[in-house]
Design a protein around this ligand. Structure first.
Ligand code: AMP
Ligand code: ZN
Length: 470
């Protein structure tokens, strides 16, 4: 498979460095709030990459995705809420896992939390290694990385290090390229902040050291094969991750760097700090299904910005409905006998699909192949040129496409679970039956309308009332 590598700024052949195992790390959510649909664009594209490597390219995957559960923002927000840090971040980890399942994301093999003791020890161990290698200095109890000690600093983000003020330092986790300077590895204990002491003095980790240390602890010897995240992480986060890992081990950190472009709302990056966010539950609340959102994410190449609008989600829903209608139509094909022309057309589509996905994860191209196949096969069914064995071949191809894309399986799972718990539906049907018996038809109609508003239709028959999805 070919993949754009931010490090080289070129599309390169990707395969694991040794054997069949891909060792990949993706930066996870900073759990100070529920993730928004911009965050989940990045996570969904990385999920599509993971699935392509796994199901299409046949590699085994070991993916680590962390939770940043200690940093400037998690501490500030937990303090504001008056809730202990661990308890505060627990909520958003739970919400993340729920939204991930709703979007059909495969679970990474490991999902470490920065504040687990083994991870904190890996961080302090790495800082000690950096101290031993002469890459650090201390000031007021904090430990800083001295970027002038690492000649390759700035390579990932193409930073011009010549203009950087030597000796100036920054304590914040987030800062811009213009403010590049020595960054903090371990922050001295502050009143009211959580503090650990595992060998570099009492304090807490800076954001960047967390990922370098957890990646190497859980993925083994560098270089790992692939490191991924959203484009806003290129600088300073990933630049600093490289500096720490390479400064500590003397070896390259990751062979490939993959970055997903922004999801924008009204020309701006969707972000908590701007306040222009929607979450997955917000999208569901408006009556959309997560499968449509997943489809929308994958309809745009991951290196292009995605302009989010509700109309675009409507269009995604329409396209997905067309696909599902076609798959339902296949079930009505019962004529015996297969046709060589259908088999050949399907084989061609499978090849084209795989080629697009292998070409830097071109999901938009791959979707185009699916819809061309739908059009061609609808025409063939109209012409009576598709038999039941052909339908099976077509179905198999779509199953194969969906192992990578995932929205068909997701839509089927959504169809199988009603939007309202079955017990609630049955209780309301029973209340309606009683209302009707009491000739309270206004109440009966209200109950019917209440269910319909939640996507459930009632059908009365002599044998009782049945329900179905709208
Ligand atoms: P954070 O919780 O801020 O660390 O972000 C988690 C992930 O979401 C990171 O990989 C970010 O790069 C990514 N991300 C944040 N905002 C957006 C956005 N608007 N569009 C796409 N990805 C984003
Ligand atoms: Zn990270």
């Amino acid at each position: 498979m070919r993949l754009y590598n931010t490090l080289s700024r070129r599309v390169e052949d990707f395969r694991p460095s040794a054997g069949n195992l891909v060792r990949m790390y993706s930066c996870g959510l900073t759990v100070y709030a529920r993730g928004h649909i911009g965050n989940f664009r990045t996570f969904t594209c990385i999920d599509a990459l993971r699935r392509t490597l796994r199901y299409q390219e046949g590699f085994e995957i070991r993916q680590v995705m962390n939770f940043t559960d200690v940093d400037d923002r998690t501490i500030a927000e937990s303090q504001k809420a008056g809730v202990p840090l661990r308890e505060y971040t627990d909520r958003f980890i739970a919400a993340f896992l729920e939204d991930s399942a709703t979007l059909g994301l495969e679970r990474p093999e490991a999902m470490p939390r920065a504040t687990d003791e083994a991870n904190l020890r890996a961080m302090t161990g790495m800082i000690q290694q950096l101290e031993a290698n002469g890459h650090t200095y201390r000031s007021d109890g904090s430990v800083y990385f001295k970027i002038s000690t690492l000649p390759q600093y700035g390579r990932l983000s193409h930073l011009d290090v010549a203009g950087i003020k030597a000796g100036a330092r920054v304590d914040a986790d987030k800062y811009s390229k213009e403010d590049a300077r020595d960054f903090v590895l371990w922050k001295a204990a502050q009143p009211g902040e959580p503090t650990w002491d595992f060998g570099v003095g009492p304090g807490r980790p800076g954001w960047h050291i967390e990922c370098s240390a957890m990646a190497l602890r859980l993925l083994g010897e560098p270089p790992i094969d692939l490191h991924a995240g959203g484009v806003d992480l290129v600088f300073p986060h990933h630049e600093n991750e490289i500096a720490q890992a390479e400064g500590a081990t003397g070896r390259p950190f990751s062979r490939f760097w993959m970055h997903v472009e922004f999801l924008n709302l009204d020309q701006e990056k969707m972000s908590k700090s701007l306040g222009n966010i929607f979450t997955v539950p917000d999208v569901l609340q408006r009556g959309y299904r997560a499968s449509a959102l997943r489809y929308l994410y994958l309809s745009v190449h991951y290196r292009k910005q995605l302009k989010f609008t509700w109309e675009s989600l409507d269009q995604a829903e329409e396209a997905l409905t067309r696909l599902m209608d076609f798959l339902a139509r296949l079930d009505t094909v019962t004529a015996p006998g297969g046709h060589a022309a259908v088999a050949a057309r399907v084989a061609e589509a499978r090849r084209a699909f795989a080629d697009w996905m292998a070409d830097d994860l071109n999901t938009a191209g791959a979707l185009g192949v699916m819809f061309e196949l739908v059009r061609a096969m609808n025409a063939a069914i109209d012409a009576g040129e598709v038999g039941a064995p052909d339908a099976a071949v077509i179905r198999e191809a779509f199953d194969e496409f969906d192992r990578v894309l995932g929205f068909i399986t997701l839509r089927r799972a959504e169809e199988a679970t009603p939007p309202v718990p079955v017990e609630t539906i049955e209780r309301l049907i029973e209340e309606r039956r009683i209302a009707r018996r009491q000739r309270n038809f206004a109440e009966a109609d209200r109950l019917r309308a209440e269910l319909e508003a939640q996507g459930i239709l009632l059908e009365d028959s002599p044998t009782g009332t049945r329900w179905k999805r709208k």
